[in-house]
Ligand binder design. Structure first.
Ligand code: SAH
Length: 259
C-alpha cells in the first residue's frame, strides 16, 4: 500500500484490509533494509520506548523487535492489521515486548518526550512528510531518533506520465536533497539516507502483492470496486517497472536536535 493509494479512502476499508492482510508487508522494504536503517541508531537499551507508526501487519516491527532492545508499540489505523500484528507477536513469543494498538498517526497516544525511537516504513505519506516530521518530533526524547521511509524523486526532471501520476497521488514527493533539508528544518540532525534496492519493490512487495491479488479477485469476482482497486494496484507495478530510474523509496535516519 504505497503512496500511489491516494484514493485509499474511496475504497472500502474491509476490501483494502482483505487485499493486504495476506501479505507480510504492505509497502516496499525488506528485513535487510530495516536492519541497515537500524544500524544507524545507537543508544537503545532494555528501557527504550519505540513506536512503529503505520505498522500494518508488522513485518518490519518483528524484525526490529528481534534486533533492538526495548518496548515496541505498533500503531495502525486498520483494526484488521493490528489483529494480525498481535497474533504474529504472540506466535513469535514477543508479546511481552511488542504490542499493536489501533490509532491514528495524527493523534498519537504517547506521552510528549517519551519515545527513544520513532519508526515508520512507507506510511508517513498518510499525514504528509513535513507534517509528520514536525508533529512526531514532540513525542521524542531529546536526542531520540526518527527513521522513516518515503518516496523520492531521483532526478530533477522526469517523464510527464510518471510526474503526473505522482503529483496526483502524493504531491509532497520530492528529491532526496530537498527531503533532507526538510528534516533539518523540522528540528532534526540528518544522520543517514539510503535508497531501497529494487528487490524491496519487486521481490518483497510486488511478488506477494500479485499473489494476494489473485486470491482477492477470486473472492470478489464481479465486484466493481474490488476490480477497480486491483487495477490500481496493477498500475502501480507497471509504472514502477517503466520508470524506476526516476523514483523509489528512501530511508531517512535522523536525530532530534535541541529539546
Ligand atoms: N509499515 C508497513 C505498512 C505500510 S502501508 C510496511 O512497511 O509494510 C501504510 C500503513 O499506514 C497501512 O498499514 C495503513 O493502514 C496505515 N495508515 C494509513 N493511515 C493511517 C493513519 N492515519 N494512522 C495510522 N496508520 C495509518
Amino acid at each position: 500500500m504505497s503512496n500511489e493509494n491516494k484514493t485509499i479512502h474511496e475504497f472500502d476499508f474491509q476490501l483494502i484490509c482483505d487485499y493486504f492482510s495476506n501479505m507480510e508487508r504492505q509497502g516496499p522494504g525488506s528485513p535487510e533494509a530495516t536492519l541497515k536503517a537500524l544500524s544507524f541508531v545507537d543508544s537503545l537499551t532494555d528501557h527504550s520506548l519505540i513506536a512503529d507508526i503505520g505498522c500494518g501487519t508488522g513485518g518490519q516491527t518483528l524484525v526490529l523487535a528481534r534486533h533492538a532492545p526495548g518496548q515496541i508499540t505498533g500503531l495502525d489505523l486498520f483494526p484488521g492489521f493490528i489483529e494480525i500484528f498481535n497474533r504474529h507477536a504472540r506466535q513469535s513469543g514477543l508479546q511481552d515486548r511488542v504490542k499493536g494498538i489501533v490509532g491514528s498517526m495524527d493523534n498519537l497516544p504517547f506521552e510528549r518526550k517519551s519515545l527513544d525511537l520513532i519508526w515508520s516504513e512507507g506510511a508517513i505519506y498518510n499525514i504528509g512528510f513535513e507534517r509528520g516530521l514536525k508533529e512526531w518530533r514532540e513525542y521524542l526524547k531529546p536526542g531520540g531518533y526518527i527513521v522513516v521511509s518515503e518516496s523520492s524523486w531521483f532526478t530533477d526532471e522526469r517523464p510527464a506520465e510518471i510526474h503526473k501520476f505522482w503529483v496526483d497521488a502524493y504531491p509532497e514527493i520530492d528529491t532526496i536533497p530537498n527531503q533532507v533539508a526538510k528534516i533539518h528544518r523540522a528540528g532534526y540532525l540528518p544522520i543517514a539516507t539510503f535508497i531501497l534496492p529494487e528487490s524491496c519493490w519487486t521481490e518483497h512487495y510486488f511478488a506477494p502483492k500479485i499473489a494476494a491479488r489473485r486470491i482477492f479477485l477470486d473472492k470478489y469476482a464481479g465486484n466493481k470496486t474490488a476490480e477497480e482497486f486491483a487495477a490500481l494496484q496493477a498500475m502501480e507495478e507497471e509504472l514502477y517497472t517503466k520508470y524506476k530510474e526516476y523514483y523509489g523509496y528512501t530511508f531517512f535516519i535522523a536525530k532530534k536536535a535541541g529539546r
